[in-house]
Design a protein around this ligand. Structure first.
Ligand code: UD1
Ligand code: CA
Length: 450
Protein backbone atom coordinates (compact mmCIF):
# COMPACT_ATOMS: atom_id res chain seq x y z
CA UNK A 1 0.00 0.00 0.00
CA UNK A 2 1.05 3.56 -0.61
CA UNK A 3 2.58 5.21 2.42
CA UNK A 4 0.12 8.12 2.54
CA UNK A 5 -3.61 7.63 3.01
CA UNK A 6 -5.81 7.57 -0.11
CA UNK A 7 -8.25 10.21 -1.29
CA UNK A 8 -11.70 8.90 -2.23
CA UNK A 9 -13.52 11.08 -4.73
CA UNK A 10 -17.22 10.25 -4.85
CA UNK A 11 -19.08 11.60 -7.89
CA UNK A 12 -22.64 12.62 -7.10
CA UNK A 13 -23.30 15.60 -9.37
CA UNK A 14 -25.13 13.87 -12.20
CA UNK A 15 -28.67 15.10 -12.76
CA UNK A 16 -30.02 11.58 -12.95
CA UNK A 17 -32.46 12.57 -15.71
CA UNK A 18 -33.41 8.96 -16.35
CA UNK A 19 -34.82 8.63 -12.80
CA UNK A 20 -37.56 11.16 -13.72
CA UNK A 21 -37.47 12.48 -10.17
CA UNK A 22 -37.48 15.85 -8.43
CA UNK A 23 -34.98 14.38 -5.99
CA UNK A 24 -31.28 14.03 -6.90
CA UNK A 25 -30.57 10.48 -8.06
CA UNK A 26 -27.97 9.63 -5.42
CA UNK A 27 -30.46 10.37 -2.61
CA UNK A 28 -32.76 7.60 -3.75
CA UNK A 29 -32.63 4.79 -1.28
CA UNK A 30 -31.54 1.18 -1.27
CA UNK A 31 -32.41 -0.73 1.93
CA UNK A 32 -33.55 2.48 3.60
CA UNK A 33 -30.32 4.38 3.01
CA UNK A 34 -29.33 6.77 0.20
CA UNK A 35 -27.08 5.37 -2.52
CA UNK A 36 -24.56 8.07 -1.62
CA UNK A 37 -24.51 6.87 2.01
CA UNK A 38 -23.93 3.29 0.87
CA UNK A 39 -20.85 4.33 -1.08
CA UNK A 40 -19.55 6.52 1.76
CA UNK A 41 -20.07 3.63 4.21
CA UNK A 42 -18.02 1.35 1.95
CA UNK A 43 -14.95 3.55 2.31
CA UNK A 44 -15.58 4.60 5.91
CA UNK A 45 -13.36 1.92 7.43
CA UNK A 46 -10.34 2.97 5.38
CA UNK A 47 -8.20 5.70 6.82
CA UNK A 48 -8.17 8.39 4.17
CA UNK A 49 -9.77 11.60 2.93
CA UNK A 50 -13.15 11.85 1.26
CA UNK A 51 -14.25 14.39 -1.35
CA UNK A 52 -17.82 14.42 -2.64
CA UNK A 53 -18.71 16.22 -5.87
CA UNK A 54 -22.26 17.56 -6.07
CA UNK A 55 -24.17 19.60 -8.62
CA UNK A 56 -25.18 23.25 -8.18
CA UNK A 57 -28.17 23.64 -5.89
CA UNK A 58 -27.83 20.08 -4.59
CA UNK A 59 -27.70 21.19 -0.97
CA UNK A 60 -29.51 18.07 0.13
CA UNK A 61 -26.75 15.92 -1.36
CA UNK A 62 -24.06 17.97 0.41
CA UNK A 63 -25.97 17.67 3.69
CA UNK A 64 -26.27 13.92 3.27
CA UNK A 65 -22.52 13.63 2.58
CA UNK A 66 -21.68 15.56 5.74
CA UNK A 67 -24.20 13.61 7.80
CA UNK A 68 -22.64 10.28 6.86
CA UNK A 69 -19.00 11.39 6.72
CA UNK A 70 -18.64 14.63 8.72
CA UNK A 71 -15.04 15.36 7.63
CA UNK A 72 -15.92 14.94 3.92
CA UNK A 73 -15.01 17.87 1.70
CA UNK A 74 -17.84 18.82 -0.62
CA UNK A 75 -17.20 20.38 -4.03
CA UNK A 76 -19.69 21.80 -6.47
CA UNK A 77 -19.32 20.95 -10.16
CA UNK A 78 -20.58 24.15 -11.79
CA UNK A 79 -21.90 22.55 -14.98
CA UNK A 80 -22.27 18.82 -15.49
CA UNK A 81 -19.82 18.29 -18.32
CA UNK A 82 -18.92 14.69 -17.65
CA UNK A 83 -17.15 12.47 -15.17
CA UNK A 84 -13.62 13.84 -15.77
CA UNK A 85 -14.90 17.37 -15.27
CA UNK A 86 -16.58 16.14 -12.07
CA UNK A 87 -13.34 14.77 -10.62
CA UNK A 88 -11.62 18.03 -11.52
CA UNK A 89 -14.21 19.92 -9.48
CA UNK A 90 -12.39 18.40 -6.51
CA UNK A 91 -9.11 19.94 -7.70
CA UNK A 92 -8.30 21.60 -4.36
CA UNK A 93 -8.43 18.18 -2.68
CA UNK A 94 -6.36 16.56 -5.45
CA UNK A 95 -3.76 19.32 -5.28
CA UNK A 96 -3.06 18.92 -1.60
CA UNK A 97 -2.86 15.14 -1.82
CA UNK A 98 0.12 12.86 -2.37
CA UNK A 99 -1.35 9.34 -1.93
CA UNK A 100 -3.54 7.21 -4.18
CA UNK A 101 -6.78 8.60 -5.58
CA UNK A 102 -9.84 6.34 -5.84
CA UNK A 103 -12.87 7.52 -7.82
CA UNK A 104 -16.26 6.01 -7.04
CA UNK A 105 -19.70 6.77 -8.50
CA UNK A 106 -22.46 7.45 -6.02
CA UNK A 107 -24.93 5.72 -8.31
CA UNK A 108 -23.12 2.40 -7.83
CA UNK A 109 -24.14 1.56 -4.27
CA UNK A 110 -23.46 -2.17 -3.90
CA UNK A 111 -19.68 -2.22 -4.00
CA UNK A 112 -18.04 -3.91 -0.98
CA UNK A 113 -14.96 -2.71 0.96
CA UNK A 114 -13.07 -5.93 0.07
CA UNK A 115 -13.42 -5.10 -3.60
CA UNK A 116 -12.14 -1.55 -3.17
CA UNK A 117 -9.17 -3.03 -1.29
CA UNK A 118 -8.49 -5.46 -4.18
CA UNK A 119 -8.52 -2.58 -6.63
CA UNK A 120 -6.04 -0.62 -4.55
CA UNK A 121 -3.81 -3.70 -4.27
CA UNK A 122 -3.41 -3.60 -8.07
CA UNK A 123 -1.57 -0.29 -7.62
CA UNK A 124 0.81 -1.98 -5.17
CA UNK A 125 1.34 -4.66 -7.81
CA UNK A 126 2.64 -2.04 -10.25
CA UNK A 127 -0.32 -0.49 -12.09
CA UNK A 128 -0.50 3.30 -12.31
CA UNK A 129 -4.24 3.13 -12.90
CA UNK A 130 -6.49 0.24 -11.95
CA UNK A 131 -10.06 -0.03 -13.21
CA UNK A 132 -12.72 -2.21 -11.65
CA UNK A 133 -14.30 -4.19 -14.46
CA UNK A 134 -16.99 -6.83 -14.74
CA UNK A 135 -18.46 -9.23 -17.28
CA UNK A 136 -21.92 -7.91 -18.10
CA UNK A 137 -24.78 -10.22 -19.07
CA UNK A 138 -26.09 -7.26 -21.03
CA UNK A 139 -23.36 -4.65 -21.58
CA UNK A 140 -25.73 -2.07 -23.08
CA UNK A 141 -25.00 1.40 -21.71
CA UNK A 142 -21.68 0.61 -20.09
CA UNK A 143 -18.22 1.67 -21.22
CA UNK A 144 -16.24 -1.28 -22.69
CA UNK A 145 -12.74 -2.15 -21.52
CA UNK A 146 -10.31 -2.58 -24.43
CA UNK A 147 -7.57 -4.91 -23.30
CA UNK A 148 -4.26 -5.86 -24.83
CA UNK A 149 -2.21 -8.99 -24.36
CA UNK A 150 -1.67 -10.13 -20.73
CA UNK A 151 -4.83 -8.36 -19.66
CA UNK A 152 -3.37 -4.88 -19.79
CA UNK A 153 -5.89 -2.14 -20.41
CA UNK A 154 -5.42 0.16 -23.40
CA UNK A 155 -8.62 2.24 -23.40
CA UNK A 156 -12.23 2.50 -22.30
CA UNK A 157 -14.79 3.11 -25.00
CA UNK A 158 -18.18 4.55 -24.14
CA UNK A 159 -21.12 2.77 -25.74
CA UNK A 160 -22.11 5.75 -27.88
CA UNK A 161 -18.59 6.03 -29.32
CA UNK A 162 -17.94 2.30 -29.73
CA UNK A 163 -17.63 0.44 -33.04
CA UNK A 164 -19.77 -2.65 -33.76
CA UNK A 165 -16.89 -4.91 -32.75
CA UNK A 166 -16.20 -2.96 -29.55
CA UNK A 167 -19.87 -3.19 -28.56
CA UNK A 168 -19.61 -6.97 -28.60
CA UNK A 169 -17.07 -6.82 -25.74
CA UNK A 170 -18.71 -7.88 -22.48
CA UNK A 171 -15.93 -6.67 -20.16
CA UNK A 172 -17.32 -3.39 -18.84
CA UNK A 173 -16.27 -0.41 -16.79
CA UNK A 174 -17.80 -0.23 -13.31
CA UNK A 175 -16.73 3.38 -12.96
CA UNK A 176 -14.51 2.66 -9.98
CA UNK A 177 -10.92 3.66 -10.71
CA UNK A 178 -7.74 3.92 -8.65
CA UNK A 179 -4.81 6.16 -9.60
CA UNK A 180 -1.21 6.23 -8.47
CA UNK A 181 0.15 8.87 -10.80
CA UNK A 182 2.23 11.88 -9.86
CA UNK A 183 -0.50 14.41 -10.68
CA UNK A 184 -4.03 13.15 -11.29
CA UNK A 185 -5.27 16.70 -11.97
CA UNK A 186 -2.73 17.15 -14.75
CA UNK A 187 -3.65 13.82 -16.34
CA UNK A 188 -7.38 14.61 -16.28
CA UNK A 189 -6.70 18.12 -17.61
CA UNK A 190 -5.60 16.56 -20.88
CA UNK A 191 -8.98 14.96 -21.51
CA UNK A 192 -11.04 16.54 -24.29
CA UNK A 193 -14.72 16.34 -25.15
CA UNK A 194 -14.65 15.30 -28.80
CA UNK A 195 -17.11 12.45 -28.41
CA UNK A 196 -20.75 11.57 -29.04
CA UNK A 197 -22.01 13.26 -25.85
CA UNK A 198 -19.61 16.23 -25.98
CA UNK A 199 -18.61 15.44 -22.39
CA UNK A 200 -15.27 15.15 -20.63
CA UNK A 201 -15.08 11.40 -19.96
CA UNK A 202 -13.03 10.20 -17.01
CA UNK A 203 -12.66 6.96 -18.93
CA UNK A 204 -10.43 8.73 -21.50
CA UNK A 205 -7.75 8.98 -18.80
CA UNK A 206 -6.76 5.40 -19.61
CA UNK A 207 -5.86 5.97 -23.25
CA UNK A 208 -3.96 9.15 -22.42
CA UNK A 209 -2.05 7.54 -19.56
CA UNK A 210 -1.15 4.42 -21.55
CA UNK A 211 0.11 6.52 -24.49
CA UNK A 212 2.42 8.37 -22.17
CA UNK A 213 3.89 5.09 -20.93
CA UNK A 214 1.90 4.48 -17.76
CA UNK A 215 0.47 1.05 -16.98
CA UNK A 216 -3.28 0.45 -16.61
CA UNK A 217 -4.81 -2.77 -15.35
CA UNK A 218 -8.21 -4.33 -14.75
CA UNK A 219 -9.48 -5.92 -11.57
CA UNK A 220 -12.63 -7.97 -12.15
CA UNK A 221 -15.55 -8.27 -9.79
CA UNK A 222 -19.05 -9.70 -10.02
CA UNK A 223 -21.67 -7.76 -11.93
CA UNK A 224 -23.92 -7.72 -8.84
CA UNK A 225 -21.53 -5.47 -6.99
CA UNK A 226 -21.26 -2.73 -9.56
CA UNK A 227 -24.74 -2.35 -10.93
CA UNK A 228 -25.05 1.31 -11.90
CA UNK A 229 -28.43 2.83 -11.10
CA UNK A 230 -29.61 5.19 -13.84
CA UNK A 231 -33.35 4.47 -13.80
CA UNK A 232 -36.00 3.13 -11.42
CA UNK A 233 -35.87 -0.44 -12.71
CA UNK A 234 -32.18 -0.56 -11.84
CA UNK A 235 -32.95 0.91 -8.43
CA UNK A 236 -35.29 -2.03 -7.83
CA UNK A 237 -32.62 -4.41 -9.13
CA UNK A 238 -30.04 -2.94 -6.74
CA UNK A 239 -32.53 -3.35 -3.88
CA UNK A 240 -33.08 -7.00 -4.81
CA UNK A 241 -29.35 -7.73 -4.91
CA UNK A 242 -28.78 -5.96 -1.59
CA UNK A 243 -31.65 -7.84 0.08
CA UNK A 244 -30.45 -11.21 -1.17
CA UNK A 245 -26.98 -10.53 0.16
CA UNK A 246 -28.26 -9.37 3.58
CA UNK A 247 -30.64 -12.32 3.98
CA UNK A 248 -27.79 -14.73 3.24
CA UNK A 249 -25.61 -13.02 5.85
CA UNK A 250 -28.31 -13.27 8.52
CA UNK A 251 -29.00 -16.92 7.77
CA UNK A 252 -25.27 -17.65 7.93
CA UNK A 253 -25.18 -15.99 11.36
CA UNK A 254 -27.95 -18.21 12.76
CA UNK A 255 -31.26 -16.56 11.85
CA UNK A 256 -34.04 -18.77 10.44
CA UNK A 257 -36.08 -17.36 7.55
CA UNK A 258 -38.80 -19.67 6.31
CA UNK A 259 -39.21 -17.78 3.04
CA UNK A 260 -36.19 -15.45 2.86
CA UNK A 261 -37.28 -13.87 -0.42
CA UNK A 262 -40.28 -12.36 1.39
CA UNK A 263 -38.30 -10.78 4.25
CA UNK A 264 -37.18 -7.15 3.72
CA UNK A 265 -34.29 -5.71 5.71
CA UNK A 266 -32.76 -2.27 6.16
CA UNK A 267 -29.12 -1.24 6.02
CA UNK A 268 -28.93 -1.12 9.84
CA UNK A 269 -31.17 -4.05 10.83
CA UNK A 270 -29.77 -6.13 13.68
CA UNK A 271 -31.04 -9.65 14.26
CA UNK A 272 -29.51 -11.99 16.84
CA UNK A 273 -29.06 -15.74 16.37
CA UNK A 274 -31.98 -18.11 16.87
CA UNK A 275 -34.55 -15.60 15.77
CA UNK A 276 -37.20 -17.28 13.60
CA UNK A 277 -38.85 -15.12 10.95
CA UNK A 278 -41.98 -16.31 9.18
CA UNK A 279 -42.83 -15.14 5.64
CA UNK A 280 -43.68 -11.54 4.71
CA UNK A 281 -41.95 -9.51 7.38
CA UNK A 282 -40.59 -5.99 6.81
CA UNK A 283 -37.82 -4.38 8.83
CA UNK A 284 -37.67 -0.61 8.36
CA UNK A 285 -34.80 1.51 9.60
CA UNK A 286 -33.53 1.27 13.20
CA UNK A 287 -34.63 -2.20 14.29
CA UNK A 288 -32.93 -4.59 16.73
CA UNK A 289 -34.27 -8.08 17.32
CA UNK A 290 -32.72 -9.93 20.26
CA UNK A 291 -32.03 -13.64 20.60
CA UNK A 292 -34.74 -16.25 20.30
CA UNK A 293 -37.53 -13.92 19.18
CA UNK A 294 -40.21 -15.53 17.04
CA UNK A 295 -41.78 -13.27 14.42
CA UNK A 296 -44.96 -14.60 12.84
CA UNK A 297 -45.98 -13.58 9.33
CA UNK A 298 -46.86 -10.13 8.01
CA UNK A 299 -45.32 -8.07 10.81
CA UNK A 300 -43.83 -4.60 10.21
CA UNK A 301 -41.07 -2.92 12.24
CA UNK A 302 -39.55 0.54 12.32
CA UNK A 303 -37.35 2.05 15.06
CA UNK A 304 -38.08 -0.83 17.45
CA UNK A 305 -36.18 -3.06 19.87
CA UNK A 306 -37.66 -6.50 20.52
CA UNK A 307 -36.30 -8.23 23.64
CA UNK A 308 -35.11 -11.80 24.03
CA UNK A 309 -37.62 -14.56 23.55
CA UNK A 310 -40.55 -12.29 22.69
CA UNK A 311 -43.33 -13.59 20.45
CA UNK A 312 -44.54 -11.21 17.79
CA UNK A 313 -47.36 -11.30 15.26
CA UNK A 314 -48.86 -12.33 13.01
CA UNK A 315 -49.82 -8.90 11.65
CA UNK A 316 -48.17 -6.76 14.37
CA UNK A 317 -46.91 -3.26 13.72
CA UNK A 318 -44.05 -1.53 15.55
CA UNK A 319 -43.39 2.15 15.05
CA UNK A 320 -40.46 4.25 16.31
CA UNK A 321 -39.85 4.01 20.03
CA UNK A 322 -41.40 0.57 20.53
CA UNK A 323 -39.41 -1.27 23.23
CA UNK A 324 -40.64 -4.77 23.85
CA UNK A 325 -39.34 -6.58 26.95
CA UNK A 326 -38.06 -10.13 27.12
CA UNK A 327 -40.67 -12.87 26.63
CA UNK A 328 -43.44 -10.33 25.99
CA UNK A 329 -46.20 -11.15 23.50
CA UNK A 330 -47.60 -8.81 20.88
CA UNK A 331 -50.28 -10.38 18.75
CA UNK A 332 -52.36 -9.68 15.67
CA UNK A 333 -53.44 -6.17 14.74
CA UNK A 334 -51.60 -4.53 17.62
CA UNK A 335 -49.82 -1.24 16.86
CA UNK A 336 -47.09 -0.13 19.26
CA UNK A 337 -45.58 3.36 19.08
CA UNK A 338 -43.18 5.00 21.53
CA UNK A 339 -44.18 2.52 24.19
CA UNK A 340 -42.17 0.29 26.48
CA UNK A 341 -43.51 -3.12 27.48
CA UNK A 342 -41.99 -4.77 30.54
CA UNK A 343 -40.80 -8.37 30.52
CA UNK A 344 -43.60 -10.90 30.03
CA UNK A 345 -46.26 -8.28 29.34
CA UNK A 346 -48.95 -9.19 26.79
CA UNK A 347 -51.13 -7.43 24.25
CA UNK A 348 -52.40 -10.24 22.13
CA UNK A 349 -55.12 -8.75 19.95
CA UNK A 350 -56.34 -5.55 18.32
CA UNK A 351 -54.85 -2.65 20.29
CA UNK A 352 -53.21 0.75 19.91
CA UNK A 353 -50.43 1.31 22.42
CA UNK A 354 -48.99 4.80 21.88
CA UNK A 355 -46.79 6.85 24.23
CA UNK A 356 -47.02 4.40 27.11
CA UNK A 357 -45.12 2.44 29.71
CA UNK A 358 -46.49 -0.99 30.50
CA UNK A 359 -45.17 -2.87 33.53
CA UNK A 360 -43.87 -6.43 33.63
CA UNK A 361 -46.49 -9.17 33.19
CA UNK A 362 -49.33 -6.70 32.64
CA UNK A 363 -52.10 -7.97 30.36
CA UNK A 364 -53.69 -5.63 27.85
CA UNK A 365 -57.00 -6.98 26.53
CA UNK A 366 -58.36 -7.02 23.00
CA UNK A 367 -59.51 -3.68 21.69
CA UNK A 368 -57.63 -1.53 24.20
CA UNK A 369 -56.81 1.94 22.95
CA UNK A 370 -54.38 4.40 24.50
CA UNK A 371 -56.06 7.73 23.70
CA UNK A 372 -52.77 9.57 23.60
CA UNK A 373 -53.60 12.60 21.44
CA UNK A 374 -55.99 15.47 22.03
CA UNK A 375 -55.40 17.09 18.68
CA UNK A 376 -52.57 19.28 20.05
CA UNK A 377 -50.25 17.25 22.28
CA UNK A 378 -49.34 13.64 23.02
CA UNK A 379 -49.89 12.31 26.55
CA UNK A 380 -48.58 9.33 28.46
CA UNK A 381 -50.36 6.18 29.63
CA UNK A 382 -48.76 4.16 32.41
CA UNK A 383 -49.81 0.68 33.40
CA UNK A 384 -48.27 -0.83 36.54
CA UNK A 385 -46.79 -4.28 36.89
CA UNK A 386 -49.24 -7.14 36.66
CA UNK A 387 -52.23 -4.89 35.93
CA UNK A 388 -55.10 -6.26 33.82
CA UNK A 389 -56.85 -4.11 31.24
CA UNK A 390 -60.21 -5.58 30.25
CA UNK A 391 -61.17 -5.76 26.58
CA UNK A 392 -62.40 -2.74 24.67
CA UNK A 393 -61.13 -0.19 27.20
CA UNK A 394 -60.09 3.35 26.32
CA UNK A 395 -57.36 4.77 28.53
CA UNK A 396 -57.49 8.54 28.12
CA UNK A 397 -53.99 9.92 28.68
CA UNK A 398 -52.41 11.26 30.77
CA UNK A 399 -53.45 8.41 33.01
CA UNK A 400 -51.85 5.87 35.34
CA UNK A 401 -53.21 2.42 36.15
CA UNK A 402 -51.63 1.19 39.40
CA UNK A 403 -49.77 -2.09 39.75
CA UNK A 404 -52.01 -5.13 39.95
CA UNK A 405 -55.19 -3.12 39.29
CA UNK A 406 -58.07 -4.29 37.06
CA UNK A 407 -59.90 -2.23 34.49
CA UNK A 408 -63.33 -3.62 33.64
CA UNK A 409 -64.09 -4.32 29.98
CA UNK A 410 -65.52 -1.48 27.99
CA UNK A 411 -64.42 1.24 30.41
CA UNK A 412 -63.37 4.72 29.40
CA UNK A 413 -60.73 5.53 32.02
CA UNK A 414 -60.04 9.22 32.51
CA UNK A 415 -58.69 9.22 36.09
CA UNK A 416 -55.79 7.38 37.68
CA UNK A 417 -56.55 3.92 39.11
CA UNK A 418 -55.20 2.98 42.56
CA UNK A 419 -52.91 -0.07 42.68
CA UNK A 420 -54.88 -3.25 43.33
CA UNK A 421 -58.32 -1.63 42.68
CA UNK A 422 -61.00 -2.47 40.11
CA UNK A 423 -61.99 0.48 37.96
CA UNK A 424 -65.29 0.18 36.13
CA UNK A 425 -66.78 2.85 33.94
CA UNK A 426 -70.07 1.69 32.42
CA UNK A 427 -73.76 1.90 33.25
CA UNK A 428 -75.43 -0.93 35.15
CA UNK A 429 -76.92 -3.71 33.10
CA UNK A 430 -80.72 -3.79 33.13
CA UNK A 431 -82.87 -6.90 32.57
CA UNK A 432 -86.57 -7.29 31.61
CA UNK A 433 -87.74 -10.91 32.11
CA UNK A 434 -89.86 -12.33 29.27
CA UNK A 435 -89.40 -9.24 27.11
CA UNK A 436 -88.20 -11.13 24.01
CA UNK A 437 -91.28 -13.36 23.74
CA UNK A 438 -93.64 -10.36 24.08
CA UNK A 439 -91.70 -8.47 21.44
CA UNK A 440 -91.86 -11.34 18.94
CA UNK A 441 -95.58 -11.80 19.42
CA UNK A 442 -96.20 -8.09 18.85
CA UNK A 443 -94.15 -8.06 15.69
CA UNK A 444 -95.88 -11.13 14.18
CA UNK A 445 -99.32 -9.62 14.88
CA UNK A 446 -98.37 -6.40 13.11
CA UNK A 447 -97.12 -8.31 10.08
CA UNK A 448 -100.38 -10.29 9.84
CA UNK A 449 -102.55 -7.14 9.88
CA UNK A 450 -100.64 -5.44 7.02
C1 UD1 B 1 -20.33 5.76 -16.56
C2 UD1 B 1 -19.02 5.48 -17.29
C3 UD1 B 1 -19.12 4.13 -17.98
C4 UD1 B 1 -19.43 3.05 -16.98
C5 UD1 B 1 -20.67 3.40 -16.16
C6 UD1 B 1 -20.79 2.44 -15.00
C7 UD1 B 1 -18.02 7.61 -18.01
C8 UD1 B 1 -17.81 8.53 -19.12
N1 UD1 B 1 -18.76 6.53 -18.26
O1 UD1 B 1 -21.37 5.87 -17.49
O2 UD1 B 1 -17.90 3.81 -18.64
O3 UD1 B 1 -19.60 1.80 -17.63
O4 UD1 B 1 -20.57 4.72 -15.60
O5 UD1 B 1 -21.98 2.64 -14.28
O6 UD1 B 1 -17.50 7.82 -16.92
N2 UD1 B 1 -21.44 12.57 -12.67
C9 UD1 B 1 -21.03 13.79 -12.17
N3 UD1 B 1 -20.88 14.84 -13.02
C10 UD1 B 1 -21.09 14.74 -14.36
C11 UD1 B 1 -21.53 13.49 -14.87
C12 UD1 B 1 -21.68 12.43 -14.01
O7 UD1 B 1 -20.81 13.92 -10.96
O8 UD1 B 1 -20.92 15.74 -15.06
C13 UD1 B 1 -21.60 11.42 -11.72
C14 UD1 B 1 -23.02 10.90 -11.63
O9 UD1 B 1 -23.68 11.49 -10.51
C15 UD1 B 1 -22.82 9.41 -11.40
C16 UD1 B 1 -21.48 9.13 -12.06
O10 UD1 B 1 -20.82 10.36 -12.21
O11 UD1 B 1 -22.71 9.12 -10.01
C17 UD1 B 1 -21.63 8.43 -13.42
O12 UD1 B 1 -22.34 9.26 -14.31
P1 UD1 B 1 -23.40 8.67 -15.35
O13 UD1 B 1 -23.89 9.79 -16.17
O14 UD1 B 1 -24.39 7.83 -14.65
O15 UD1 B 1 -22.45 7.76 -16.26
P2 UD1 B 1 -22.84 6.48 -17.12
O16 UD1 B 1 -23.47 6.92 -18.39
O17 UD1 B 1 -23.58 5.54 -16.30
CA1 CA C 1 -24.44 5.61 -14.20
Amino acid sequence: MSASPPLFVVLAAGKGTRMKSSEPKVLHKVAGQSMLAHVLATVSDVQGDVAVVVGPGMDAVATEARRVTPPAQVFVQATQQGTADAVLAARPALAGHSGDVVVLYADTPLIRPETVARLRAALDAGAHIAVLGFRAKDPTGYGRLLTGPKGTLSAIREEKDASEAERRIDLCNSGVMAFRVPDVGKLLGQIGNANAKGEFYLTDAIEIAVRSGLRAGVVECSEDEVLGVNARDQLAEAEAIWQKRARAQFMASGVTMIAPETVWLSFDTQIAPDVVIEPHVIFGVGVTIEEGVRILGFSHFEGAVIGKGARIGPFSRFRPGARIGADAHIGNFVEVKNTTLGPGAKANHLAYLGDGVIGAKANVGAGTIFCNYDGYAKHKTQIGEGAFIGSNSSLVAPVTIGAGAYVGSGSVITRDVTPGALALERSNQEERPGWAEKFRTLMLRRKATK
